[in-house]
Write a protein that binds this ligand. Sequence first.
Ligand code: PLP
Length: 467
Amino acid sequence: MSSKEFRYWGYKTIDWIADYLEKIEQLPVLSQVEPGDIRAKLPETAPQQGESFEKILKDIDEIIVPGLTNWQSPNFFAFFPTGISAPSILGELISAGMGVQGMLWATSPACTELETHVLDWLVDMLGLPSGFKSSTAGGGVIQDSASSAVLVALLAAREQAKADMNKLVAYTSNQAHSSIEKAAKIAGVNRENLRFIEVDTNYAMRSEALKQRITADIKLGLIPFYIAATVGTTSSNAVDPLTEIGAIAQEHNIWLHVDGAMSGTAAICPEFRWIHQGLELADSYCFNPHKWMMTNFDCTCFYVRDRAKLIQALSIMPEYLKNQASASGKVIDYRDWQISLGRRFRSLKLWFVIRHYGIEGLQHYIRKHIAIAQEFTEWVNSHPSFELVVNPPFNLVCFRHRGSDEINQAILNCLNSSGKLYLTSTKLDQKLTLRMSIGQATTEKIHVQQAWQLICQTADAMENQFQ
Ligand code: PLP
């Protein structure tokens, strides 16, 4: 493609994205295709000769869009938010256009230094412990996902423990995200040596139970080495008590990782900073701007209190990567902070978002979602057929129809097949629970009001069927 053609199709592509986002509310939120429908529209083999870009863009509309679940719809209330924004998309585009590889400082100094700088900004923006700043022994890096962050933290913890793998024991709550179990599996922690600690009535880890379990394991000759706490669990947004968990971790020299995937962003507002109370006791922490900070996937901010421990766990220096800057010890080589060698210029999109919206714009965004979620909570509370399962601290409302799991499932299926909204469920106390996750970039109160109306109408219809 010539530069002239690139400009032409580049403008057309931006137009396509703008058109898609403008009409997204008219598209079904959950894709309505059947398995195999998309592949059936694709040619059996790759084209022998190149095709026109016009045809390729046309196929986006005709083949791809019907198979999209439209995550950016304001009526997307499933799983967790993935709100994107124009500045973030443009940051991604420029990153793709530069096509640099930031594995070493030397392979693109700006890629490393902007990342370090923006992650330092975020420490101040979220009121995180100052020991996470690059001017201290700690520092921050962008990982692709919270799952990778949990894994590299666990690898650093394993390195710190330097003990027989069969004896190492890891701890998390029974509400923690599955990425912790996966990380333990990848790192070779014995399956029976991952403890799922019980939770309290708010689904937060019971620190007393953690303490008892650790004491019992030590008596058995085992070595507790890693605790993964969560601030804002996936199912119900529960916040584990970091101050108490941190004290236990420090007493036994156990690595404490805190997973703030979606909810960590709430701390951009001073009134929600309580979420990180006790975080200064953690060895590592992550949160996902790719969930609730208008930044495109992938963008997980991961911090460590002692970067030397992380680097020790992950650094290998082959001959072909040696260079003067690395040897000088004056630079950060982020390849030593992650699993893969190669890395994209991810900080560009984050930098664009922060500069475009400013701290106040981002605070407004978070406050808006939380305020709408609180109103939704009141509607649930005042409806005779529904009940709130737990008080929502932030933007996720867990609620259910007072009837059986079957009626809740039927309501959910009917809502999702309407294409008008998308909701998902979980199990809390063995009961099917509906999760209203409010946090998409374009979601306004009107969308949540319409969703609530539809939920109530659907429940009415189902009550008749289930009588
Ligand atoms: N941790 C929590 C609490 C989550 O809710 C999620 C995603 O839902 C994850 C981790 C995994 O996030 P990622 O997709 O960034 O690995």
